[in-house]
Design a protein around this ligand. Structure first.
Ligand code: HEC
Ligand code: HEC
Ligand code: HEC
Length: 381
């Protein structure tokens, strides 16, 4: 699959076409109404209600384009000298992605106002709409026709991350909220229009998502002419976390890239990019077990010495902690035996509080709380 193309077209719109047929003819977008008849995905039963769940409950259907008309968007737009955020590709690429579809690829029912629509995630429907209901139509047939294989966690992570991690430094400076991609938690937060067993293992989704997030950040850094210090710290925070995972898998810790804790050159960013992509692909293809979740949790819970290391600057420690608490949260949630482990749960809450404000972040306090968390895992089995 052509990841480069996916990343260039930030909303991931065009990549389905490339994936489908090795960059030949583009495919038409038919619009959500093409999926909405009651005998297809607009019915009341649990297996046919996808259109209703999306249009009535999912924030992707109404909110993203509506946000571009808010007062906050107006402020952001003014700071960037954007006249109309609802018509500027710097905003619509994520908030109204269908705006990027060329005129000749718009079907009859096509509406930009659909926001992040069925085809934004599943791929443009022209080549599979009719055929995809046939009983003899296999998963391979569908994928070949451009129906994205979102059951594959790597493909799913690539789809979501396109809109959920990187924003241009200029847009952030203009007041846009910072984005932080975390596939597991964000999948749980999305009102489901699919059956639970297609969710994949939560911890596995978390790890694939984090590896893909690091790839996107390093890609952005490698192509940024003057990356900000803050962007670099964010990347190094996540890099630290995934290095720990890679180290315990016994592989070479290539994410470490020869520099102690801070990434600097385009060459390093490019190396981290391909390493993290490989990690994502490997992890998506792994037969996941609960034992792996436990191992990862124990390793990360044992990270307190890193927060006691005086040589690491406080802003980097704060970024490490930010990713670490999200990781612990997803790993704890994935393990049934920890549901009723009150000491571990309250230690985790404490860690979240300590990681909340970056300027106030106190690495030594965090290290102490992490030790309490780590003991609770062992003592309250
Ligand atoms: C084409 C861009 C796009 C894609 C693809 C996309 N999203 Fe979103 N998503 C958005 C935008 C834009 C918002 C913000 C809506 C608003 O508040 O205006 C959003 C909001 C959300 C939210 C609520 C806000 C938050 O961050 O907690 C969740 C959760 C979410 N998306 C999860 C997902 C998941 C899971 C996927 C992949 C299956 C996905 N998204 C794919 C654009 C996208
Ligand atoms: C890379 C994708 C992307 C781009 C480009 C983007 N946004 Fe967003 N935007 C998001 C996502 C995702 C969220 C939801 C963040 C969350 O809830 O965590 C969001 C949230 C927002 C919010 C806050 C919504 C709220 O909660 O009140 C505003 C306002 C906003 N965007 C405006 C804009 C404007 C204006 C532009 C263009 C200058 C723009 N965005 C470009 C993805 C994007
Ligand atoms: C934000 C991304 C996103 C959007 C928007 C979206 N989907 Fe999905 N959809 C997914 C994911 C992720 C899955 C789960 C993986 C899979 O089954 O392919 C899924 C699964 C499905 C399934 C399989 C359900 C099952 O349990 O077998 C159907 C059917 C479906 N979507 C239809 C739709 C339709 C119709 C729309 C628009 C009305 C839509 N989707 C919009 C991401 C999305």
């Amino acid at each position: 699959m052509s990841k480069t193309i996916c990343r260039l077209f930030i909303a991931g719109l065009i990549c389905a076409v490339t994936v489908a047929r090795g960059a030949t003819l583009p495919t038409k977008f038919l619009g959500a109404n093409s999926c909405a008849s009651t005998s297809c995905h607009g019915g009341g039963g649990a297996k046919q209600n996808q259109f209703l769940v999306w249009s009535l409950q999912d924030f992707h259907s109404q909110r993203p384009p509506a946000t571009l008309t808010s007062a906050r968007s107006k402020q952001i737009a003014e700071a960037l000298e954007i006249k109309d955020p609802t018509a500027d590709s710097r905003c619509t690429s994520c908030h109204a992605p269908l705006a990027a579809v060329p005129e000749n690829l718009r079907g009859e029912n096509f509406k930009i106002s659909e926001g992040v629509s069925c085809e934004s995630c599943h791929g443009p429907a022209e080549n599979w709409l009719r055929a995809h209901t046939r009983p003899d139509y296999t998963r391979a047939d569908r994928t070949a026709a451009g129906l994205r294989d979102l059951q594959n966690l790597y493909v799913r992570a690539n789809t979501c991350v396109a809109c959920h991690q990187n924003v241009d430094a200029k847009i952030l400076q203009a007041g846009h909220p910072e984005l932080i991609f975390e596939l597991d938690g964000q999948s749980v937060a999305e009102p489901k229009h699919w059956s639970a067993e297609k969710n994949g293992n939560g911890a596995q989704a978390w790890l694939v998502g984090q590896a893909v997030a690091l790839r996107e950040m390093s890609w952005q850094m490698a192509s940024e002419k003057s990356p900000t210090e803050d962007q670099r710290l964010r990347l190094d925070g996540l890099r630290w976390l995934l290095e720990k995972i890679k180290a315990m898998k016994g592989g070479a810790t290539d994410l470490n890239s020869g520099s102690p804790s801070q990434s600097t050159s385009a060459e390093i960013f490019n190396r981290i990019k391909s390493e993290s992509d490989r990690l994502a692909i490997d992890m998506a293809a792994t037969q996941w077990t609960e034992a792996m979740t436990r191992q990862f949790l124990n390793t990360l819970a044992g990270a307190s010495p890193d927060f006691r290391a005086d040589a690491i600057p406080q802003p980097l420690q704060a970024r490490r902690a930010e990713r670490l608490v999200l990781a612990l949260d997803r790993l704890v949630t994935a393990l049934p035996e920890l549901k009723n482990n009150q000491p571990a749960q309250s230690a985790l809450n404490q860690l979240f509080q300590l990681a909340q404000s970056r300027p106030d972040f106190d690495p030594a306090k965090f290290a102490a709380a992490l030790e309490i968390f780590s003991r609770a895992l062992v003592e309250n089995k």
